[in-house]
Design a protein around this ligand. Structure first.
Ligand code: HEM
Length: 527
């Protein structure tokens, strides 16, 4: 027998030669070094040990949420104005100032609850995360497709995710756990009415909307602030799937939405979204029946008309899934001058959570990776070293002066474009309190009434199928909530579960729950 593996390249084969990471040529990639052809392996076999130990480390932890996703690149083009009004009147953020100005973007679409290889046809909110590589550094707008969220205080995030994820004992997905949590969380009703309707399974990523969900601020060149909400509208239209459609899709392919996006980009059918912004004066708005900092609420379009500010086009797929999709890192703290946070209690918590998880998931120098770098801005920082440091001396000044202030060299602070006292003055005691205007049912009911008949039928069917798997006490509480959302919804889900209004009339409001006069009136009519 001849030893084919060690014969080397055949004459005329001009493909590059395989090496290890040290640049050593690999002469035999088929056989380990052993004592004799059948003898024990040797420990100094550097080439083999390097190969296998690097392979052993190929995976990083998947995202704790939004593990399954797809990234694409493109550009954002600003309209510069709406009507005759320049956007610059409200924000000094450079990317919005001129009509036609383009900014490079990376966008990652995702599902939330499933693991890295789970189905893209799952009933689940979808992530819509956009990284704008602006000349003032990166801006991340990390949103979803449903416009609202389950909770309004970040302290509840680990609980809502634990309830939605599989059971920690058996790893089974259990609707009983989900509705146990939701039945005790009245602010989730608006999200649930969306999620369990057909909108909870978008047909794919190209045919879904995106929303910033949380309330942010814009700051203009005089330091004046307004509250804003962001919306992405797909030029392709919005399409959703019923449970049956989704079952058929995922029976064939767990990754249909990635495929759909990449195939469209490859054939030159570049998907496009328009960015719209709703605006409000920056104060508490006591005249509204909701709190502008509450992410379980939308802002009525007739009162706060969305203004078109630009368009997003995706025209390029990634060159490497791991480097650009697994390692890309978005966060709500990543804002540029002219954009700011609001005091939305979710936004504050999110802003800590993203970079915290990314330092763990990707590593402390995740911002040095090509996909995450502020590639269109100049980065000069005194941050030093750490695991996997790549850029040792990113600032061009005196590399020895890696501190500030200094009179001998190094970097100096920038001057604020305007005063740093921005927005209204806030006063209050340190406390732990719910926001006063919770109004958990009104908008959920409005959403239900806006649905088409087939959407309502689908919603009721989905609720009945899943809530019937929960304990009786949970079922009753959910019917109680739905009767407060909209009588028709409560009656129909109740009918499916064999629970009438009288069966739930004895239930008291939850501890600490505040009800509106209209809620109380509905409750009084139950018996
Ligand atoms: C991903 C935390 C609420 C949208 C993540 C990740 C964490 C997280 C830890 C994983 C990030 C990574 O590993 O890179 C939180 C917390 C929240 C919250 C603590 C509430 C307090 C929301 C809300 C939205 C949202 C309300 C939608 C508006 C996203 C998206 C991603 C994500 C789109 C995926 C980003 C990507 O594609 O890499 N979130 N999240 N999250 N979250 Fe949140």
């Amino acid at each position: 027998m001849t030893d084919v593996a060690s014969q080397g390249p055949t004459p005329g084969d001009d493909r590059p030669v395989l090496t290890n990471r040290q640049g050593h040529k690999v002469y035999d990639n088929q056989n380990q070094r052993t004592v004799g052809a059948r003898g024990p392996a040797t420990l100094e076999n550097y080439q083999f040990l390097e190969k296998i130990s690097h392979f052993d480390r190929e995976r990083i932890p998947e995202r704790v949420v939004h593990a399954r996703g797809v990234t694409a690149y493109g550009y954002f083009e600003s309209y510069g104005q709406w009507g005759n009004e320049p956007i610059g009147r409200y924000t000094r953020a450079k990317l919005f100032q001129e009509r036609g100005k383009r900014t490079d973007v990376a966008v990652r679409f995702s599902t939330v609850i499933g693991g890295r290889d789970s189905s893209e046809a799952a009933r689940d909110p979808r992530g819509f995360a956009v990284k704008f590589y602006t000349e003032d550094g990166n801006w991340d707008l990390v949103g979803n497709n449903l416009g609202v969220f389950f909770i309004r205080d970040a302290i509840k995030f680990p609980d809502v995710i634990h309830a939605l994820k599989p059971d920690p004992v058996s790893h089974e997905q259990k609707p009983a756990r989900i509705f146990d949590f939701m039945s005790q969380t009245p602010e989730s009703m608006h999200m649930l009415v969306n999620l369990f309707s057909p909108r909870g399974i978008p047909a794919d990523y190209r045919h879904m909307q995106g929303f910033g969900v949380n309330t942010y601020k814009w700051v203009n060149s005089e330091g004046k602030t307004v509250l804003v909400k962001y919306h992405w509208m797909p030029r392709q239209g919005v399409r959703s799937m019923t449970e049956e459609d989704a079952a058929a899709v995922q029976a064939q392919d767990l990754g249909h939405a990635t495929k759909d996006l990449y195939e469209a980009i490859r054939r030159g059918d570049h998907p496009e979204w328009e960015l719209l912004v709703q605006m409000m004066d920056d104060h508490e708005h006591p005249e509204l029946d909701f709190d502008p900092l509450d992410d379980t609420k939308t802002w009525p379009e007739q009162d706060f008309p969305p203004k078109r500010v630009g368009r997003l086009v995706l025209d390029r797929t990634v060159g490497n899934y791991f480097a650009e999709n697994e390692q890309v890192a978005f966060g709500t703290g990543v804002l540029v001058d002219g954009l700011d946070f609001s005091d939305d209690k979710m936004l504050v918590g999110r802003t800590f959570s993203y970079s915290d998880t990314q330092r763990y998931r990707v590593g402390p120098n995740y911002l040095q990776l090509p996909v995450n770098r502020a590639k269109n801005a100049t980065v000069h920082t005194n941050q030093r070293d750490g695991l996997m440091t790549y850029e040792q001396d990113p600032h061009g000044g005196d590399p020895e002066v890696n501190y500030e202030p200094s009179i001998t060299g190094g970097l100096h602070e920038a001057q604020y474009p305007t005063s740093d006292d921005e927005g209204p003055e806030i006063r209050g005691r340190v406390t732990r309190k719910r926001i006063p205007r919770t109004n958990d049912y009104l908008q959920a009911g409005q959403r239900y009434r806006l649905m088409e008949d087939w959407e309502r039928d689908d919603l009721v069917k989905n609720f009945v199928t899943l809530i019937s798997q929960a304990d009786r006490a949970v079922q009753e509480r959910m019917v109680w909530h739905f009767l407060l959302v909209e009588n028709d919804l409560g009656l129909r889900v109740g009918e499916g579960l064999g629970i009438g209004p009288r069966d739930v009339a004895h239930l008291e409001p939850l501890a600490g729950q505040s009800l509106t006069d209209e809620d109380r009136e509905r409750l009084a009519n139950l018996g």
